[in-house]
Design a protein around this ligand. Structure first.
Ligand code: FE2
Ligand code: FE2
Length: 167
């Protein structure tokens, strides 16, 4: 019972930390874009934010920054599979800067939060993350991409058809 209570408490705290972000109209639009497989950009960001929040809390790091920046780390509003007009270079390298610029227009971000967003594709983006929370998100982001892919194929095997975006 204690385990369930702790889980509910942590979900509640996490929801409070990111409440203003996820209720923002522009952030909500991330639900319209597919990130990996049938996972929307919004859902992927929430997965990364929650796991990073849990790890950073356990390690006594800045779990609020991890949760907030995790929720914004892929704040680009386009289908990355389609070449964007006027956008040069690879999406994988460019999008952290786009996500940061979009997020700064909507929220006040600390240096740590900005670093988390900007460096989350490291080591693809060369500059080293400056904070432990940034390192954690680089790993959690990659782990989430793999596990989202894995759960997609499990669902395909179970249900035998493509599953719609859900949030
Ligand atoms: Fe990303
Ligand atoms: Fe991501």
């Amino acid at each position: 019972m204690k385990g369930v209570r702790d889980l509910l408490k942590s979900v509640e705290e996490f929801d409070e930390i990111i409440e203003d972000i996820i209720s923002n109209e522009t952030v909500q639009k991330m639900k319209n874009y597919r990130q990996h497989y049938d996972i929307s950009c919004f859902e992927h960001c929430k997965n990364v934010a929650y796991i990073s929040y849990k790890i950073c809390k356990k390690l006594k790091l800045d779990y609020k920054a991890a949760a907030r920046a995790g929720m914004l780390h892929d704040m680009f509003l386009y289908d990355w599979r389609i070449k964007q007009e006027g956008m040069k270079g690879f999406h994988a390298i460019k999008h952290p800067r786009v996500a940061l610029e979009n997020s700064k227009k909507l929220f006040e971000l600390s240096n740590r939060e900005q670093d988390i967003i900007l460096k989350h594709m490291w080591p693809l983006t060369i500059k080293l993350p400056s904070y432990p929370e940034s390192f954690i998100i680089t790993i959690v982001d990659k782990y989430s991409a793999i596990s989202e892919g894995f759960s997609y194929y499990v669902r395909r095997l179970r249900f035998g058809k493509k599953v719609d975006l859900h949030n």
